[in-house]
Design a protein around this ligand. Structure first.
Ligand code: NI
Length: 198
């Protein structure tokens, strides 16, 4: 097993549409997923998409801590899909439920040290194949839905800075944290808080 090198913004592999995986049960897919999970954990990330490790396939790994989901979403998350164990999605497809969106700060292992606010759908349906070749359909909301949208964007050559509406709020995490501490009174929606690299 190996920790893989992570591509950074500017590398062409991050800018292209990744290919469908023809056979999710191929042992090469399982080996890649195992290495992606190890790489994600080593980098302390929330999610990782195959193009981020220079492989242009439609594969995502991610996990959502229950505490994190609850912090972000309040009671709704605690009642339902709070945490998500480490999961591998092969050929995932997302479909928003309703029009509702929310802005939250994101960070990315391919854009190290930075964070910025991104508008995402609040609720969505997602469908994917497992390593056993089964098809799974489920729903996600809040932080979980945000992670899925961030990761699946990677499969279409989209990095989160491309979706930032207010570039004045895009910056280095260290500076954003300093500014947030200096401005502690405000608790506006969309204000910077701890980011999760994905
Ligand atoms: Ni990312």
């Amino acid at each position: 097993m190996a920790i893989l090198k992570i591509a950074r913004m500017g590398h062409p592999v991050l800018m292209q549409r990744a290919h469908e995986v023809p056979d999710p049960t191929d042992p090469a897919v399982k080996r890649l997923v195992d290495a992606m999970i190890e790489t994600m954990e080593d980098a302390d990330g929330t999610g990782l998409a195959a193009p981020q490790v220079h492989v242009p396939w439609r594969i995502v790994v991610y996990k959502v801590d229950a505490g994190r989901a609850a912090d972000e979403d309040g009671e709704a998350a605690m009642e339902g899909t709070g945490g998500v164990p480490t999961t591998a999605l092969i050929n995932p497809v997302l479909e928003p439920i309703g029009e509702e969106t929310e802005i939250g700060f994101e960070a990315c292992l391919s854009v190290p040290g930075m964070a910025g606010p991104v508008r995402r759908f609040t609720h969505l349906k997602y469908r994917y194949r497992t390593l056993d070749g089964e098809t799974v359909e489920a729903e996600a909301h809040g932080f979980h839905a945000r992670v899925l949208q961030h990761e699946c964007d990677h499969l279409d050559g989209v990095l989160y800075p491309m979706r930032i509406e207010d570039m004045r709020q895009f910056g280095f995490v260290e500076e954003l944290q300093k500014a947030a501490r200096a401005d502690d009174d405000k608790d506006d929606d969309g204000e910077f808080d701890e980011d999760a690299d994905a």
